[in-house]
Design a protein around this ligand. Structure first.
Ligand SMILES: [Zn+2]
Length: 455
C-alpha cells in the first residue's frame, strides 16, 4: 500500500513537473518571440522643402510596442521629430499597445536643417524578452533631400514676337530636373518638354496667345522642382494685337431643313421646337461640347518633335473663312447668334484628297459634332492639327503619318454648308491661327531659329 502511494506520488510529481516545464517552455517561446514591430510609412517624398506630413503605422501584435523614435539626421545633427514610450500591463504579460497610427510633420527649416542630404530614421522597440528584456528593435532609414533652393531658369531664345491668336516657342535650361515647367500665358499654362537627345539638355515650350488675349497678357516661364520650390522668369516678348474679321452668315430655311436632322441624335434633353431653336442649340451647346472634346484629346502630347518645315495646306484651295472670324448669324434679317470661327476653311474640288499638314501621330478619327468627320494629328511638344467636315477618312488612331500623306477627303459632314476642309491647329489645347504654320518665314524665325538657340 505504502509503496503504491509512493509510486503514485512520484508519478504525479513527474507529470506536474513536466507540465510546468512544458508551460514554462511555451511561455518562454512566446515571450522570446523574435519579430520586431512592423512599420508602414506613407507620404515621404525624395525631396522636402516646407512642412511635410508623414503618416506611419507601427504594429507589434505579439509583445506590444515599447517605444517609437523618429528623427531626421543630417551630418552631426539629429532632430527628433517624434518620441513616445508605451506602458506595459506587467512584466509577464507585456505591452498593451499593439497598433499605433502616427502623423509626423517634417519642417526642415524649423528643425534647423540645411540644404542637402538627410536621413529619416525610425526606431521601434517591442516588449519581447529577447536581447535580455530589451526587446526586438526595428530600424528604418530613408534618404531625404532637404531642398530650399528654387530652380534657376536660363532663357536661351530671344525676341519672342507673339500674335494675338498665335504661337511662340521659348528654349531654356533649368539648373535641376523639374517635374513641372513651362510657360504661363494669362490663365493658360503650357507644358515644356525636354528636347529629346539634346546634348545640352535644353528644354522647349510651345505656347499660345488665345485670340481673346491681347496686349498686357502676363507671359512668363515657370519651373517647380520636386521639393516644390518654384521659380518664375520673364523673357523678352512682344505681343502684337490683331483685329479679327467680321463675317455675316444668313441662315436659309433650306440649310436648316437639310442640316438639322443630322444633329437630332447629339441634342440632349427636350428636343427644340423649331429648326431655328435646334440650330441655336447645335451652334452654342454642341459647339461648346466640341471645343471641350478637342481640348481633352489634345491634353497629352508626345515629347518628340515629329515635324520640320512649314505645314502643308490643302492644295489648290481657296480660303473661305479665316481664323477667329467673328461670325454673326442672321435668320430672316434678325441676328440670332454670334460665334468665333477657330480654324480656316479651305475649299477645293468636292471630295479633294487631304494631305497631313506635317509628320506626326494620328490621335483621333471620327465625328466631332459640328466639325463632322475629323482627323487629329499630334506633332509633338503640344502641337496638333485637325481636319474636319471630311467625307472619308483613310487613317487610324495610333498611326504615324508623314507630311503630305493623304489622310482623307474633303466633304460637308457636320455643320458645313458645302464641301470644304476646316483646318484647325492647337497648341496646348488652345486654337491658334494655322496661317503661321503654313508660312516658311514664320517657321524659320519663330521655331527653327529658336530651336537653334544656344548659350
Ligand atoms: Zn470652318
Amino acid at each position: 500500500m505504502k509503496n503504491k502511494w509512493g509510486m503514485m506520488k512520484k508519478r504525479l510529481l513527474l507529470v506536474l513537473g513536466s507540465l510546468l516545464l512544458a508551460g514554462l517552455g511555451v511561455v518562454l517561446y512566446l515571450k522570446l518571440e523574435g519579430t520586431g514591430p512592423a512599420v508602414s510609412m506613407e507620404g515621404l517624398d525624395a525631396a522636402v522643402r516646407a512642412a511635410h506630413d508623414l503618416r506611419l503605422n507601427v504594429s507589434d501584435p505579439e509583445s506590444g510596442i515599447r517605444s517609437v523614435n523618429i528623427s531626421l539626421v543630417q551630418g552631426e545633427k539629429t532632430a527628433v521629430l517624434f518620441e513616445e514610450s508605451y506602458p506595459a500591463i506587467n512584466f509577464i504579460v507585456g505591452g498593451e499597445v499593439f497598433d499605433k497610427s502616427l502623423a509626423v510633420t517634417i519642417e526642415p527649416k524649423k528643425q534647423g536643417l540645411s540644404d542637402g542630404d538627410a536621413l529619416l530614421r525610425l526606431i521601434a522597440n517591442d516588449y519581447s524578452w529577447r536581447n535580455w528584456w530589451q526587446g526586438n528593435r526595428t530600424v528604418i532609414e530613408r534618404p531625404v533631400r532637404i531642398d530650399f533652393r528654387p530652380p534657376r531658369v536660363e532663357v536661351l531664345s530671344r525676341q519672342h514676337n507673339i500674335n494675338q491668336g498665335g504661337a511662340g516657342l521659348v528654349v531654356y535650361k533649368l539648373s535641376e530636373a523639374c517635374p513641372e515647367h513651362g510657360v504661363q500665358v494669362g490663365d493658360n499654362f503650357f507644358q515644356g518638354y525636354a528636347l529629346a537627345g539634346d546634348p545640352e539638355g535644353r528644354l522647349a515650350c510651345l505656347f499660345a496667345l488665345d485670340y481673346r488675349q491681347g496686349k498686357g497678357t502676363e507671359v512668363f516661364l515657370s519651373a517647380k522642382d520636386s521639393a516644390g520650390n518654384q521659380s518664375k522668369a520673364g523673357f523678352y516678348h512682344h505681343i502684337r494685337a490683331k483685329k479679327f474679321k467680321k463675317d455675316l452668315i444668313r441662315l436659309s430655311d433650306g440649310f436648316l431643313a437639310r442640316k438639322m436632322p443630322e444633329f437630332e441624335y447629339s441634342l440632349s434633353g427636350t428636343p427644340p421646337a423649331t429648326p431655328v431653336d435646334k440650330f441655336l442649340s447645335v451652334n452654342q451647346d454642341l459647339r461648346r461640347a466640341n471645343a471641350e472634346a478637342f481640348q481633352k484629346m489634345t491634353r497629352d502630347s508626345e515629347g518628340t518633335l515629329y515635324w520640320t518645315g512649314p505645314f502643308l495646306r490643302l492644295p489648290n484651295a481657296a480660303r473661305k473663312a479665316n481664323f477667329a472670324d467673328h461670325r454673326e448669324y442672321q435668320y430672316q434679317g434678325k441676328t440670332i447668334d454670334r460665334q468665333v470661327h477657330v480654324g480656316i476653311d479651305l475649299a477645293s474640288l468636292a471630295h479633294a484628297p487631304v494631305p497631313a499638314g506635317n509628320s506626326g501621330k494620328v490621335i483621333f478619327t471620327g465625328p466631332v459634332g459640328i466639325y463632322g468627320e475629323t482627323v487629329a494629328i499630334d506633332h509633338g511638344l503640344g502641337l496638333f492639327s485637325t481636319y474636319s467636315h471630311l467625307s472619308s477618312i483613310q487613317v487610324e488612331a495610333g498611326q504615324m503619318v508623314s507630311r503630305g500623306d493623304i489622310i482623307g477627303n474633303t466633304g460637308a459632314t457636320g455643320l458645313a454648308g458645302g464641301d470644304h476642309l476646316h483646318y484647325g491647329m492647337l497648341v496646348g489645347g488652345v486654337f491658334v491661327n494655322p496661317v503661321e504654320w503654313w508660312d516658311p518665314a514664320w517657321i524659320q524665325n519663330n521655331i527653327t531659329l529658336k530651336l537653334n538657340a544656344a548659350e
